[in-house]
Design a protein around this ligand. Sequence first.
Ligand code: SF4
Ligand code: SF4
Length: 319
Amino acid sequence: MEHRFLGKTGLRVSRLCFGTLTLSPLQAALPPEEGAELLSEAYSYGINFWDTAELYANYETLRLAIKKIGELPVLATKTYAYTREDARASLEKARRELDLDLIPIFLLHEQESALTLQGHKDALDFFCEAKARGVIRAVGFSCHTVAAARAATQFEEIDVIHPIVNYKGIGIKDGTVDEMLEAIDRAAAAGIGVYGMKPLGGGHLLADVEKAIHFVKGIEQLDSFAIGIASSEELEADLHYLRGTKPPPAIAEKLAVKKRRLQIEDWCAGCGTCVQSCPQGALSLKDTAGQYRAAVDVSRCILCGYCGASCPEFCLKIF
Ligand code: SF4
Ligand code: SF4
């Protein structure tokens, strides 16, 4: 496994980052012990970089994996906090539930532009102070927009960004893949660590994983890229594609026919909460035989599963 420094953070990360959203209750919902086993297996192949978020509700899985491995991986988590109080609560929750004194990377979740970053300045300042105290090693944000990636260099506090990037530009909300690459280039040139999000388009590019991984691997400015992994077979296939070799045909065929989709259960009460939570504007309420229910525009949905966390009736799940 190739390792690179993540910008100027001093953190040395595997080129392949384990995206743990797939393990979480929002997606495959692996039991914590099973998820920890998979993280530990990946670690044995040199994958020492894990991406999570408070929203994913999977700190227990990561805690068990860290215990199993006996070492601290480079772990990045994210929060929607924008006040100092919320930022403090997020940091303390991560430290408590992961049983760690130090959280390597803390990110502001889903930033959209310089304006939203400015709106989160209190949280950002809190995380920078925590970094000065040695409780965090690096601070940054994740984003689905070119505008936010471009804004990274305007904030000297930003050490790391985690922008969405894949060869089809799936999920980039305000521009093209070329524009995102230009923003990534600018951030990397400024010494900001960059690790890509959703190189497989949230599952839309599963039919051509080889091409999708080859694309992100070829972006020199990406120190790493996070791929969601939910099974040993997916791990094996991703490692092959990363090395430029082919996985065993049985595994490749099985994964190529795998389709992921958002399931909306029949008992949806039509409250509309999920519509507000979707970062892609993919959900709406539709009149179905006299009753309003959530409906998804599959062309906009990136299968992140974030809407699942907002539904009070537990109606939304990625399968
Ligand atoms: S509909 Fe749900 S899974 Fe699809 S992009 Fe929106 S939040 Fe993500
Ligand atoms: S939040 Fe849940 S119950 Fe409400 S509209 Fe969405 S899917 Fe239906």
